[in-house]
Design a protein around this ligand. Structure first.
Ligand code: HEM
Ligand code: HEM
Length: 189
């Protein structure tokens, strides 16, 4: 058994949750962007003869976005639990993996990218929870805003990792690692 059942379940739940989190960010920045939608609301309402201020339009647009964004937080809790579970797996999992030193240069690169991703996911979970609970944690609003900016900057690494990883495993599967993807499904090698 290359990957234990626990490890494979972790991988696919994690993939689902991370893609979901990216989905909520995508919606927030596009179709549910308060800037774009507050303008739509103002123009449409004004055509109906209702004049509202920019501030009011902003409140409406943010209210429309709120239900969707709750999913960022729900998936965020799920990610935090998955990060904890991955730490548990680091110590207690029986998946058979080659030692870093014996890997080819290419695989060392791939493995390093995974380590970087793990560090990033840990950071996203911790910073996300801090932004969400800053009042309960007695953290000042200005510090929270700074952490939020770093949270948003580090997000770019995940945005880049995901397509590279998916393209990478597909290319490896087609070229010289046949069965790589099914290994992550059935665990066998
Ligand atoms: C949906 C399409 C995906 C497929 C087909 C896929 C497939 C795979 C495969 C085959 C491996 C083993 C590759 C190897 O040995 O180097 C792997 C590893 C990994 N995948 Fe994915 N993956 C997908 C999505 C994701 C997503 C969205 C994430 C989350 C960011 C993710 C995170 C990881 C990590 C961290 C590893 C390394 C596990 C370890 O050995 O510690 N994967 N994936
Ligand atoms: C893969 C993991 C994550 C990614 C890629 C991600 C991405 C982002 C991005 C890009 C933003 C800025 C959105 C914007 O202002 O346009 C953001 C904000 C935020 N994220 Fe995350 N996030 C992740 C995990 C988490 C987690 C685990 C939590 C905690 C529950 C969390 C909670 C928040 C909160 C509270 C905000 C601020 C929203 C606001 O300003 O109203 N995030 N996230």
């Amino acid at each position: 058994m290359k990957y234990t059942l626990k490890f494979r379940l972790w991988h696919w739940f994690n993939a689902f949750v991370v893609l979901g989190l990216l989905g909520t960010v995508f919606l927030r920045k596009t179709f549910l962007s308060w800037r774009a939608n507050s303008e739509i609301l103002m123009t449409q309402l004004s055509q109906m003869g209702v004049e509202i201020t920019t501030a009011q339009a902003k409140i409406l647009a943010k209210a429309i976005r709120a239900g969707m964004w709750e999913w960022h937080i729900i998936l965020g809790y799920a990610l935090s639990a998955l990060v904890l579970f991955r730490i548990y797996l680091f110590f207690k999992d029986g998946s058979v993996k080659e030692k870093f030193g014996s890997l080819s240069l290419h695989k060392k690169g791939v493995q390093s990218l995974y380590y970087l991703l793990y560090a990033t996911l840990l950071f996203m979970a911790v910073s996300g929870l801090i932004i969400h609970f800053y009042e309960q944690l007695s953290i000042s609003k200005s510090l929270m805003e700074e952490i939020k900016e770093i949270h948003e900057t580090v997000y770019n690494f995940i945005l880049i990792f995901v397509p590279i990883h998916i393209a990478g495993v597909i290319i490896a599967e087609v070229k010289d690692e046949k069965g790589l993807i099914s290994t992550m499904v059935n665990g066998k090698k």
